[in-house]
Design a protein around this ligand. Structure first.
Ligand code: NDP
Length: 341
């Protein structure tokens, strides 16, 4: 039995127009539910905040359903089993669950994955050892396919996807060029993660600086952001270049008007004449690679050869503000909310 009686959740109060506002979310209290036969009661320890959640706030067709108004925001959590009426799950065990922005929830066990706090810190299963880390691994291995001596470019390079893309590219013998926002993130990407070069996408001379940092052109561009960064990258792509299209965060709040954008005919001509491969992917479509990912990246995290950074915000009530910031780069590392000790 859980001794707590009061639970909390954050629901979608309104569909944002452009950048989300605090008033698009609402914090609600509810009674901690009791598990019935075949159920477990879960208590959230960490909630993962991820860019894809912005798309779920829209009422438009996509690869996954929208969040309904007044429903809890979707999201993956690390949770503790606090009460169990389900065989195979015991009190005190930790699981990954798609519980949403909630402090407590029930599950019938479907989709739960047990995790081991002795192998790695609990929250890392939401970051470097979780969905974002796997996204980097799978997109690079299946689509990017970096080879020794090639140049791999990735933006959002201090975040959970980008930071691993660069490190895995270097493991393959490629040169890793990172793009990040601001001096602090750039310094981290170069000096701590050890990328070969780093550029600030907010710098005025960014396109010229990127060209100078890639004297042999770009062989793999791991697309995390779109927008102005893509505009600067496209002319530099080498023949037979590969572009795993992973995310387009610059556009998630609505596409800003860009001067000198690439026209569709120019884009198609570039794809044809340079024999480019541009392929979108959603991480779970490549899930057969998950065991390889866990073995390889898990070993790297344990022996310290794979580095990562986390940005942990305290308290479920602070999730909306942290999420609003994520969409414009206020986070520095994998963004997590510590919901309970
Ligand atoms: P991060 O934790 O790195 O956070 C997003 C970062 O994007 C911000 O910190 C900011 O970094 C950068 N950013 C925001 N706006 C812009 C902009 N206009 N131009 C350039 N950079 C910008 O995120 P993740 O590592 O979790 O995700 C990275 C990308 O991967 C996202 O697009 C996400 O949607 C996508 N993704 C796709 C998945 C899939 O299955 N296809 C799965 C997981 C993630 P900075 O301050 O350095 O600019």
């Amino acid at each position: 039995m859980s001794s707590e009686t009061q639970a909390r959740r954050i629901v979608l109060a309104a569909r944002p127009q452009g950048e989300p506002k605090n008033t698009d979310f609402r914090l609600e209290g509810f009674a901690v539910p009791a598990p019935g036969p075949g159920q477990v009661l879960l208590k959230t320890r960490f909630l993962s905040l991820d860019p894809y959640m912005r798309g779920r706030m829209n009422d438009s067709k996509s690869y996954a359903p929208s969040v309904a108004l007044n429903d809890p925001m979707v999201g993956e959590v690390v949770a503790e089993v606090v009460d169990s009426q389900l065989d195979g799950f015991a009190r005190g065990e930790h699981v990954l669950a798609h519980l949403g922005w909630v402090s407590h929830g029930l599950s019938d066990g479907k989709g739960l994955r047990k995790i081991d706090a002795d192998q790695a810190p609990l929250q890392s299963y939401l970051g470097v050892l979780g969905m974002p880390g796997f996204t980097a691994y799978a997109g690079l291995r299946e689509i990017g396919k970096p080879r020794a001596g090639e140049t791999v470019v990735v933006a959002a390079a201090s975040g959970p996807v980008g930071s691993l893309v660069g490190q895995l590219a270097q493991r393959a013998g490629a040169r890793a060029v990172g793009i990040a926002g601001g001096a602090r993130k750039c310094q981290f990407v170069k000096d701590v993660l050890g990328f070969d070069a780093v550029l600030d996408h907010r710098a005025e001379d960014f396109p010229a600086a990127l060209a100078a940092a890639c004297p042999d052109g770009i062989d793999v561009y791991f697309e995390n952001v779109g927008g102005a960064v893509w505009q600067a990258v496209f002319p530099l792509l080498n023949p037979f270049g590969r572009v795993p299209v992973c995310g387009l965060i610059a556009d998630y709040n609505g596409s800003p008007a860009l001067p000198d954008g690439i026209s569709v005919p120019a884009l198609m001509r570039g794809i044809l004449t340079r024999s480019l491969s541009i392929r979108g992917f959603i991480n779970y479509d490549l899930d057969t690679l998950f065991p390889d990912f866990l073995a390889e990246v898990g070993a790297g995290v344990r022996d310290g050869s794979v580095l990562h950074r986390e940005d942990i915000v305290d308290g479920l009530e602070n999730a909306p503000q942290a999420f609003i910031g994520l969409l414009k780069g206020s986070n520095f590392g994998k963004l997590l909310v510590k919901v309970a000790d």
